[in-house]
Design a protein around this ligand. Structure first.
Ligand code: UD1
Length: 346
């Protein structure tokens, strides 16, 4: 197959390109080489077209393309409300332009990088009220060290539960809102165009080639960079927040499976969680990294961020059934290896 891969120079895009080529596919790569992601002195790979989807046409790159793999995006949680326009432009307007170009070129299939952040705080079980979204955590609770969310109805204790792809969208950040919008644009394009889209909702992705930490980095890059500086990982809240850490090799494999199978999917958008299926607390993850690096033990700071979700864990069952995807890298092995995996410095 001939694949147009956007974000081809990025962390996940690089691994997708490698795996797709190893499977015998032809990959046409494009990347904007944004200074925020690659630094001001970037030396672009001549094999990757330097195009910014917000402003540049890509019609020529779509010639004879069978399927598009859209990874280009502004990532991270966003720092404050001033980030909203940039997320909308990079992730939403740029995706809309790409989809319109695909329609002109007669390309009917797309695989889209989405995220578990579309679910926001996830879902919980209350012994009294059953299945509920959690109430927003208050500053008073967080300052008092009560990090677990409460039931929105009775205010009592609730327990997190694994969620599936039908869980309602509850975006909490600029990035999350842009990923929800991206899925909606792709869905509308499917209706207008008779197209097929697969949205892969990534969990916390880590592995070799992760960017070193920036204000937009996730926790794995932040801890890995702290270790590289000889510092202890700084764990927020009480370290008991639960996540699913999925290795970038598995994420790339899920993409290649989706690219190969999207044409056999129904018309419309199908979403799959891409997760390891194993839970880890942030504290355990910090311990695993520190131990593997022989570095200082993690520091529990008790700090908190208003926008953070407490726990989010989603079921990998649909990806197993719909794509034949099961993660192969066990998080305890992959996270231990992350301690010595090379970071992308820019
Ligand atoms: C992360 C990504 C999000 C991505 C999602 C799924 C970022 C900033 N977030 O969301 O874009 O879509 O995974 O792949 O890239 N923490 C610490 N110490 C720190 C930083 C964070 O303890 O120095 C804690 C936070 O309080 C939080 C947890 O680690 O509880 C995860 O934080 P983070 O990786 O930033 O956000 P996610 O919500 O997991």
């Amino acid at each position: 197959m001939r694949i147009l891969l956007t974000g081809a120079a990025g962390f996940i895009g690089t691994h997708i390109g490698e795996q797709a080529r190893a499977r015998g596919h032809e990959v046409v790569g494009l990347d904007a080489y944004l200074a925020a992601a690659h630094g001001p002195d970037v030396a672009p790979d001549p094999a990757i077209a330097r195009r910014d989807l917000r402003t540049d046409d890509v019609d020529d790159l779509l010639t004879d393309v069978d399927v598009v793999c859209h990874q280009a995006a502004m990532v991270g949680n966003g720092v404050d409300a001033q980030d909203l326009p940039a997320y909308a432009e990079h992730n939403d307007a740029a995706t809309a332009r790409l989809l319109a170009a695909m329609a002109r070129a007669g390309v009917h299939d797309v695989v889209l990088a989405s995220s578990m952040v579309v679910y926001g705080d996830g879902r919980y079980t209350c012994p009294i009220d059953g299945d509920v979204p959690p109430a927003d955590r208050t500053d008073a609770d967080l300052e008092a060290g009560r990090y677990e969310p409460r039931c929105p109805r009775c205010g009592g204790d609730i327990a997190w539960r694994e969620i599936d792809e039908s869980t309602p969208f509850l975006p909490r950040t600029s990035y999350a809102a842009s990923k929800v919008a991206q899925e909606h644009y792709a869905s509308a394009w499917c209706t207008l165009q008779g197209g097929r889209a697969i949205a892969l909702r990534y969990h916390n992705v880590y592995g070799p080639g992760m960017p070193a930490d920036t204000p937009y980095s996730g926790v794995a890059a932040i801890f890995r960079s702290a270790i590289a500086r000889g510092e202890a990982p700084r764990v927020f809240e009480d370290g008991q927040q639960v996540r699913d850490f999925v290795h970038v090799h598995d994420v790339a494999r899920a993409n290649v499976l989706a690219l190969e199978q999207v044409a056999q999917h129904r018309t419309g958008l199908t979403a799959y969680n891409v997760a390891s299926g194993r839970t880890f607390t942030i504290g355990q993850m910090a311990e695993t990294l520190s131990r593997a690096a022989g570095g200082s033990p993690p520091e529990l700071t008790g700090d908190y961020r208003r926008f953070d979700v407490r726990h989010v864990v989603a079921s990998p069952a649909a990806a197993r059934e719909g794509l034949g995807f099961t993660a192969e890298v066990a998080p305890e092995d992959g996270l231990a290896r992350l301690a010595s995996d090379p970071l992308r410095t820019r």
